[in-house]
Design a protein around this ligand. Structure first.
Ligand code: TIU
Length: 226
């Protein structure tokens, strides 16, 4: 077992039953011309997440930790996109419309894939999800169960949308979730702060929060064993 200082208190985990989850680090959210920008967001807000997450991935791969990536997106015929999602708001381009990185938020398009800096390694599962949460209409729960995973170390974008939805879904299913504060990002600084505070408030109502350096330091003993 390993332990690190976190909010609201120490987070204890067994690396053998812990997975790093990297949520939706896709060009559609991170790069100009994608889904995030069509919603009116400044995608530059998310860039600071890339370097610490790349370092975290290196450490987790060296430690042999289970690593799972997710991508939000829809089938080319949009049959898995509810009208409530497709028609909401006044985006500059709707889901499925042609953009500079291919059709917006559509599986198989260049914009839908994960950014080069955080590309999945061979053998790391990539969960395609139609919603904000990683469990809804996906194999995520089965993948976790098959590997005996009990704890999730959660990273990715955006803090208050797909990260929060996934942590809430995971918490209700009995997983212990540690959210790494420097490896999650929001288009809104105030939502980043509130989103992290909401995880750890009330004695850890959804989970724990810590910087990635604290988690990597706690992994070091398992690195030395390998
Ligand atoms: N819009 C926004 O902040 N996020 C999303 O739509 N999806 C994810 O968070 N991945």
């Amino acid at each position: 077992m390993a332990t690190l200082d976190a909010l609201p208190g120490p987070f204890t985990f067994d690396p053998a039953t812990t997975a790093l989850v990297v949520i939706d680090m896709q060009r559609d959210f991170m790069e100009p011309g994608g889904f995030g920008e069509t919603l009116g967001n400044d995608v530059a807000q998310l860039r600071r997440v890339i370097a610490p997450t790349a370092a975290l991935l290196r450490a987790c791969r060296a430690a042999g930790l289970t690593i799972i990536h997710t991508r939000e997106g829809h089938l080319p015929d949009l049959s898995d996109c509810p009208p409530a999602k497709l028609n909401r708001g006044e985006p500059s381009q709707r889901i499925g419309a042609p953009g500079p990185m291919g059709r917006i938020l559509i599986r198989g398009e260049y914009g839908h894939d994960i950014i080069d800096e955080l590309a999945p390694a061979d053998g790391e599962p990539v969960i395609d999800k139609p919603g904000k949460g990683a469990f809804y209409n996906t194999s995520f729960g089965d993948v976790l169960a098959a590997r005996g995973i009990r704890s999730l170390v959660v990273t990715g974008v955006t803090t208050e949308v797909c990260v929060h939805t996934t942590v809430r879904e995971a918490n209700d299913r009995g997983y212990e979730c540690l959210v790494l504060s420097d490896c999650v990002g929001s288009y809104f600084p105030e939502f980043q702060e509130a989103g992290l505070a909401m995880i750890a408030a009330q004695g850890g109502i959804f989970g724990w929060v810590a910087p990635s350096t604290a988690f990597v330091a706690a992994l070091q003993p398992s690195l030395q064993r390998t």
